[in-house]
Design a protein. Structure first.
Length: 227
């Protein structure tokens, strides 16, 4: 099958939300035509849908290498880097993409979001100015009163970790994203009440639930099984 045919099928799979199939078809097309920047850019988009953000960045970088004027490759690199919380890298890519597609407001929106995230990480917040009277015309007491009007903005500490989960029929896959935290320092506590109740939350009163063993029971007409 020709690369163009595989590309067409990959686009159809993507539209139908079959993102894994789309990635596979784009990969086959790339094997036949490894100099087509669009193939790498479109596979990056499919990888983003699958939360394969590292692979998406690699695909976007390859697309940019093959065609430095491809604005959507910079956009997809920016999106994937933001998901990886690499906001400086994301902003740099988005700014180049914006210069190539000045009419695309999506770049401006994401650049502003990057600026906000970078400010959170560095603890820098916009400074609100307050007009003060001439120092020669007011007393020290009045100056103190004006200074007290300046709002004290709290600096919100950004969490160093986040998590995502994906539930399959036979298992739940939990992915922990922790920046600058060694693997041996990460402990995940799932709790024992979930095991006792076979994954069913029986109560939100944790003092009550934690004081004794929880016995699960199936609804009428159903059978309870251990997983």
């Amino acid at each position: 099958m020709a690369a163009s045919d595989l590309e067409t099928k990959a686009k159809e799979a993507f539209i139908d939300d079959h993102f894994e199939l789309a990635v596979d078809l784009y990969t086959q097309a790339i094997q036949l035509n490894s100099t087509n920047a669009l193939l790498f850019s479109d596979r990056a988009q499919a990888n983003i849908k699958l939360n394969n953000f590292t692979e998406a960045v690699a695909d976007a970088n390859k697309a940019i290498q093959l065609d430095p004027s491809l604005s959507k490759a910079y956009f997809r690199k920016g999106v994937a880097c933001m998901k990886l919380e690499e906001y400086q890298t994301a902003k740099a890519a988005l700014e180049i993409g914006a210069s190539l597609a000045p009419g695309d407001s999506r770049f401006t929106k994401l650049i502003n979001e990057c600026d906000a995230r970078i400010a959170e990480e560095t603890g820098e917040l916009p400074i609100q100015s307050v007009e003060t009277p001439d120092a020669n015309l007011v007393s020290s007491d009045n100056v103190q009163q004006v200074e007290e009007l300046v709002p004290q903005l709290p600096v919100v500490a950004k969490p160093k970790y986040r998590h995502e989960f994906f539930q399959k029929p036979e298992e739940v896959v939990v992915t922990i994203f922790a920046k600058h935290v060694p693997n041996d320092c990460i402990v995940v506590d799932y709790g024992e009440q979930i095991v006792e109740s076979n994954g069913t939350v029986l109560s939100t009163n944790w003092k009550e639930v934690g004081a004794k063993k929880v016995e699960g029971s199936a609804p009428d007409g159903m059978e309870m099984r251990k997983w």
